[in-house]
Design a protein around this ligand. Structure first.
Ligand code: 8DG
Ligand code: CA
Ligand code: CA
Length: 469
């Protein structure tokens, strides 16, 4: 079974009748007679286009399947205005001055508002600056002139793994972690938000001028950026990396089952190495910590994608033994395209499964693995170790909530944090890994796919590999 099968299945199941039939949008359902929308398939893809067409029609918009003279608004995604004009030319259609060429963000906002929203500059398609034609072509060094306004919410930014600002974000992450160890939540968040926004930029920051229109950069953050631009490094980061407390916390929390409280306790007791802690007779360890020490070397080494795929086969086999029609989807960082991870996350669901059965299945899977471990343990006593311990997160959810669970467990953490913050502050909605509640309408909003959740929130859809915030 393909790991993404569940995610891919839901929109497909709901795919509306294709073109032809949809030409005749029933006029009695059209609430907004003045505008006629056409959605461009190019670079958007057929299924997303069909989904958006259906959604817009269900909200009373007139959406045409074919381009004609009556169209007033063309909606495109990942296209610049010259792309669209070129396409129109190829179709032998001359764009009139009245014709609006808009980014899909306009349509998404309309969906959120339930009515047409006023077209503003941010909805216009991006004018692509032609660097190759410019006299002084330095595309990586200057931010493009026509970058769209950057949102302070990670869920309104596309953040791939292609980070042009490593030099800054690595520094911020060290500082954020140090603030976390010192329980300074505010500063920790400030540096994490700053790292997140810089990861989404399509250019490298080379001067303070480049930071002018970037949100989430507090003064203390800008100060660090300035220092790195000038010196190539940051003295505060250097000091943190050499700090005994930071080093000890980093070491102690690298043991599975050890959190900030335990690290703090061991540090105060004067411990500085894991071997001293391990061999101390007075300390009591939890089951998790015992496993953490036992498999320490295995667990600190990163899990590769090949290993994750191998684990996926094992999970599917074990789950399938108890629940033959289960869907097992790999979530977390691997779903976002990361090549390695600290663990492997799985979401398991099945049509018709009840919440009580949920827990039973996980226990059965763990018992099955426990028996296998004992058996292979006996065998490997003679042969030496031929396996690697890997952390696996198994999450089960009711079938109706799978879209919410998938969105919640795909991450990144910063992306999830901002999704919830956006829902609360911008939409008066409450989002978690189980549901979406609209406080204005006082009702739960259902969703079969992640696309529908984004649409409920009035957000542009962000693909999993663009959620590496
Ligand atoms: P990595 O393993 O590659 O290092 O990174 P990751 O896959 O992005 O991080 P993760 O720690 O495995 O978390 C994956 C997602 O799961 C993340 O978006 C947060 C989400 N998540 C919850 N609840 C919980 C929870 O209780 N613990 C953890 N660790 N993650 C949770 O929604
Ligand atoms: Ca993970
Ligand atoms: Ca995890």
């Amino acid at each position: 079974m393909d790991p993404l099968r569940m995610a891919d299945l839901s929109p497909r199941k709901k795919r509306p009748r294709q073109t032809g039939a949809s030409m005749a949008s029933p006029s009695q359902d059209v609430k907004f007679q003045d505008l006629v929308i056409f959605i461009l398939e190019k670079k958007m893809g057929r299924s997303r286009r069909a989904f958006l067409m259906e959604l817009a029609r269900s909200k009373g918009f007139r959406v045409e399947s074919e381009l004609s003279d009556s169209v007033t608004h063309i909606v495109a995604e990942n296209n610049s205005d010259s792309d669209v004009l070129e396409w129109l030319q190829a179709q032998n259609i001359k764009a009139s001055a009245q014709l609006e060429l808009l980014d899909v963000c306009w349509l998404i906002e309309c969906m959120g508002a339930g009515k047409p929203v006023e077209v503003t500059g941010k909805h216009q398609l991006v004018v692509r600056k032609d660097y190759s034609a410019s006299a002084n072509p330095e595309p990586q060094k200057t931010p493009p002139l026509a970058v769209k306004k950057i949102s302070p919410y990670a869920c309104q930014r596309r953040t791939t793994l292609n980070n042009c600002n490593h030099i800054f974000t690595d520094a911020f992450e060290v500082l954020a972690e140090n603030y976390e160890f010192r329980e300074n939540e505010g500063s920790c968040l400030a540096f994490m938000r700053a790292a997140s926004v810089l990861k989404s930029l399509p250019f490298t920051i080379i001067s303070m001028k480049d930071t002018e229109n970037i949100p989430c950069l507090e003064d203390k953050v800008k100060y660090i950026i300035e220092e790195i631009i000038e010196d190539g490094e940051c003295s505060e980061v250097k000091a943190v990396l050499n700090d005994e407390r930071y080093q000890s916390f980093k070491l102690f929390t690298s043991v599975f089952g050890v959190g900030l409280k335990t690290a703090e306790k061991w540090f105060r007791m004067g411990f500085r190495t894991l071997s001293k802690i391990r061999s101390d007779k007075t300390l009591k360890f939890t089951q998790m910590q015992k496993a953490g020490f036992l498999y320490y070397e295995d667990l600190v080494s990163r899990v590769t994608r090949e290993e994750a795929e191998a684990v996926s086969v094992l999970v599917k086999e074990a789950v399938g033994a108890f629940l033959p029609d289960a869907f097992v989807t790999m979530t977390g960082g691997f779903r976002r395209g990361k090549k390695t991870g600290h663990d492997v996350d799985f979401l398991i669901t099945s049509p018709g499964i009840t919440e009580e059965e949920d827990q039973q299945i996980l226990l059965k899977v763990i018992n099955l693995w426990e028996r296998k471990r004992v058996d292979s343990g006996k065998a490997s006593q003679q042969e030496g170790k031929t396996w690697k311990a890997i952390r696996v997160d198994l999450v089960m959810c009711p079938y109706e909530r799978r879209a919410f669970a998938l969105l919640g467990w795909t991450g990144s953490r910063q992306f999830e944090r901002d999704l919830r913050r956006y829902a609360t502050h911008e939409r008066k909605m409450v989002l978690d890994n189980h549901a979406l509640y609209d406080k204005t309408k006082r009702m739960f909003l259902k969703a079969e796919s992640e696309e529908e959740i984004f649409a409920h929130l009035g957000l542009d859809y962000i693909e999993p590999w663009e959620r590496n915030a």
